[in-house]
Design a protein around this ligand. Structure first.
Ligand SMILES: Cc1ncc(COP(=O)(O)O)c(C=O)c1O
Length: 335
């Protein structure tokens, strides 16, 4: 019985997602004299619309929307937002309307996540970054005036309700590790709007897990992300019924791999995407998991002891958070 069974939840995902070793990747590392045992948690396989971490958040967000009697969801993100694509799919599956406010200009030919947003029947609006909040408020007003009951899902689905999906996910992963008699030295993943990170931190606390949870920052400096995740983890812990105030210095963030900025694909991401594809037949994405896994490879090559809790060969769980539909939109950067 889950300690989180009291949380209202609307089922969208096929769970548990697989957790498995990466033998050919580990052999590839060993051939470079890198001693490590990397495992993977496959949240690219959550089953909703090509998968990804937002499915877990949406199970709790849509439960909240339905409990409030809402009939439409509104959310926002970048042109290639995985969050918007999964929200559009979840809304379609649940029979809710979906309005997406996307940053930038409509591209000439829709591709990747944007194409899927359209296939799921979402209504799209475009805005500049500066105008995003105004546009969202206008949209909410327009929908209410038309007699709709909109539910606003924050950027990345990263509020305490959404983040609780990742607290529940910790319970799932720890049970899978226990079945295999495994303990991990660290859990490593991509961290951006902070909901995944906050949920993993709050869930680890509630479950008494001491496995370090290390977010590779995608687009923010260390201090800013630590502060954001600490605040959200505290709110999430309260919502879970295990209150605790987290402080920024407790939050493990590695912001060494920001490269040339959000969505700018460099050699780090290109190598990571290729290595995972060619050793294990698993697709990473160019923006999030490519950067996070590239960071993990770099840490394993240059400072593996920072991950090992005992001995020198760390056993690491890389949490795959999805995103592969964006690969097609980044073809020119990856080819
Ligand atoms: C594929 C993928 N991985 C990781 C993240 C980061 O998750 P979070 O926003 O919860 O920090 C995102 C966010 O959009 C994502 O799309």
């Amino acid at each position: 019985m889950s300690i989180f069974a009291h949380l209202p939840r609307h089922s969208l995902a096929f769970l548990p997602t697989p957790l498995h070793p990466l033998p050919r990747l580990n052999a590839w590392l060993a051939a470079q004299d890198v001693a490590a045992e990397v495992w993977i948690k496959r949240d690219d396989q959550t089953g909703l619309a090509l998968g990804g971490n937002k499915t877990r958040k949406l199970e709790f967000l849509l439960a909240d929307a339905l409990a409030q009697g809402c009939d439409t969801v509104i959310t926002t993100g970048a042109v290639q937002s995985n969050h918007c694509r999964q929200t559009a799919a979840a809304a379609a599956q649940t029979g809710l309307g979906c309005h997406l406010v996307l940053g930038g200009q409509p591209p000439a030919g829709p591709n990747g996540n944007l194409l899927l947003d359209m296939l799921f029947g979402a209504t799209l609006r475009w805005t500049s970054r500066e105008n995003r909040l105004v546009r969202l408020a206008e949209l909410r007003g327009e929908l209410e005036a038309a007699g709709k009951r909109p539910y606003f899902i924050t950027y990345g689905g990263s509020d305490a309700v959404g983040a609780s999906g990742y607290a529940v996910a910790v319970e799932e992963a720890l049970a899978q590790a226990r079945e295999r008699d495994l303990t991990f030295d660290a859990i490593v993943f991509a961290s951006s709007s902070g909901g995944t990170h906050a949920g993993l931190v709050a869930g680890s606390w509630a479950l008494g897990s001491d496995v370090p949870v290390i977010g590779i920052s995608i687009d923010e400096g260390e201090a800013a992300l630590q502060e954001k995740v600490a605040a959200l983890a505290s709110e999430t812990a309260a919502l879970l019924g295990f209150p605790r105030a987290f402080v920024p210095r407790e939050i493990r963030v590695n912001a060494e791999y920001l490269g040339a900025g959000y969505g700018v694909v460099g050699d780090l991401e290109r190598e990571a995407v290729r290595v995972m594809a060619q050793t294990e037949g698993i697709l990473l994405d160019p923006v999030y998991t490519g950067r996070a896994f590239g960071g993990l490879l770099d840490i394993l090559r240059h400072s593996p002891k920072t991950l090992a809790r005992s001995g020198t060969a760390p056993r690491v769980l890389f949490w795959h958070t999805g995103g592969a539909p964006a690969l097609f939109a980044y073809a020119a950067d990856l080819g």
